[in-house]
Design a protein around this ligand. Structure first.
Ligand code: ASP
Length: 325
C-alpha cells in the first residue's frame, strides 16, 4: 500500500514538473492557425490581423493555413483531428454553431472535439451586389429580387458559412428562392462579384468595406439592429421591412480538445493582449468592427457563446428545412 502511494506521489510530482515545464516553455515553435475559408476573405483577414499580434505576444510565429470548403467544416475537422499540443488552433466564426444543425452528420462533435480559447470580434454583414446590379436602393432591391429570383445568382462560402446563413434568411424574408453558388470562401466570391460574374452576396464588412467605399460593388443594407457608423446611409434590413435578417458574425479561437490547459491559458492571454492593442482596434474599426472586450476573450465566454448560438440557430434552421445532406 505504502509502495502504491509512493508511486502515486512520484507520478503526480512528475506530472506537476511536466506541467510547469510546459507552462514555462510554451510555445517553443511556430503555431498553425487554421482558417476554414479561402485566403483573402473576411475570416482570413481577421485571422491574419490577430495572428500577427498574438505572434508578437507569444514570441513565436502564428502561420495561417487556409482550409476552405464545406462551409468551414473541412478546416474545423482538420483541427478536431490535430495533435492537441497547443501548436494547432482554429479561427472560426458563427458557422461553428450553425453547422451543428445544418450538418446532420458532422465529422466531429462540436461541443466535445474542441477546447475554447476566446472570442475575437463580432462583425456586421452587408447585402451587396455587382456594381451594375439594376436596383438603385434597398426598396428597389426587395421588389426586383422578388420579381426576378430565378434569374439572380447569389454567392456564398458553402453551407455553414455566414454568407450562407445570411443568404438563407434573406431568401426567407423575401420569400424568393435565389440560385446560390458556393465558393471556398467569400474572398474568391468577391473577386467574381467585382468582375460581374455573380449578382449578389451577403458578407462581412471585413470583406465588403473597401469595395463598397471604392464603388466596385453596390451595397443595399446591413444586417445589424442599428445602422453602422461606417455606412450611415445604408438601412438595416428591418427598416427595409425584412424580418429575421439579424446576423452578426462572432469569431472565436479554438484548439483540439485535450490541449494542455497551460497552452490554452497562454493563448487566451495573448489574445486578450492583442485585442487591447489600439492599432488592432483601429484596423478593425476601419473594417466596420471592434475587438471583443477582454472578458469575452476567455475560454469560458466563448464556450457560453457557442452553446447559446447552437440553441439560438437550431430552431431557425430546422424551420427553414435546409440541410447540407
Ligand atoms: N465570409 C465567409 C462566410 O460566409 C467566410 C470567409 O470567406 O471568410 O462565412
Amino acid at each position: 500500500m505504502a509502495q502504491v502511494s509512493r508511486i502515486g506521489s512520484f507520478a503526480s510530482v512528475a506530472a506537476l514538473l511536466a506541467t510547469t515545464a510546459l507552462a514555462q516553455s510554451y510555445p517553443e515553435r511556430q503555431i498553425t492557425m487554421v482558417v476554414p475559408f479561402a485566403a483573402g476573405g473576411p475570416t482570413d483577414t481577421v485571422g491574419r490581423l490577430i495572428g500577427e499580434k498574438m505572434s508578437e505576444e507569444l514570441g513565436q510565429q502564428i502561420i495561417v493555413e487556409n482550409v476552405g470548403g464545406a462551409g468551414g467544416t473541412l478546416g474545423a475537422a482538420q483541427v478536431a483531428e490535430a495533435e492537441p499540443d497547443g501548436y494547432t488552433i482554429l479561427l472560426h466564426h458563427i458557422g461553428m454553431a450553425t453547422s451543428e444543425t445544418l450538418y446532420r452528420e458532422l465529422p466531429y462533435e462540436t461541443l466535445e472535439a474542441f477546447a475554447t480559447i476566446g472570442l475575437v470580434t463580432e462583425v456586421p454583414m452587408t447585402v451587396v451586389a455587382r456594381a451594375d446590379f439594376e436596383p438603385a436602393d434597398m426598396a428597389a432591391f426587395v421588389a426586383y429580387v422578388k420579381e426576378n429570383a430565378d434569374t439572380i445568382t447569389m454567392a456564398n462560402a458553402g453551407i455553414g458559412a455566414a454568407s450562407h446563413l445570411c443568404g438563407m434568411l434573406l431568401m426567407q424574408a423575401l420569400d424568393a428562392p435565389i440560385v446560390t453558388v458556393p465558393y471556398r470562401g467569400t474572398g474568391p466570391a468577391m473577386t467574381e462579384l467585382v468582375g460581374g460574374q455573380i449578382d449578389i452576396m451577403c458578407d462581412q464588412t471585413t470583406n465588403t468595406t473597401e469595395q463598397i467605399q471604392g464603388g466596385t460593388i453596390k451595397a443595399y443594407a446591413v444586417t445589424t439592429p442599428e445602422r453602422l457608423d461606417l455606412f450611415p446611409d445604408l438601412p438595416t434590413a428591418s427598416e427595409a421591412g425584412l424580418q429575421g435578417l439579424d446576423v452578426t458574425v462572432w469569431h472565436g479561437i479554438y484548439a483540439p480538445a485535450g490541449t494542455p490547459q497551460e497552452a490554452i491559458d497562454r493563448l487566451s492571454s495573448a489574445l486578450q493582449a492583442a485585442l487591447a492593442d489600439p492599432a488592432i482596434a483601429e484596423q478593425l474599426a476601419e473594417l466596420g468592427t471592434a475587438p471583443s472586450p477582454a472578458e469575452d476573450a476567455t475560454p469560458a465566454a466563448l464556450e457560453t457563446r457557442l452553446n447559446e448560438e447552437i440553441e439560438r440557430w437550431r430552431p431557425i434552421i430546422e424551420a427553414a428545412g435546409v440541410y447540407a445532406d
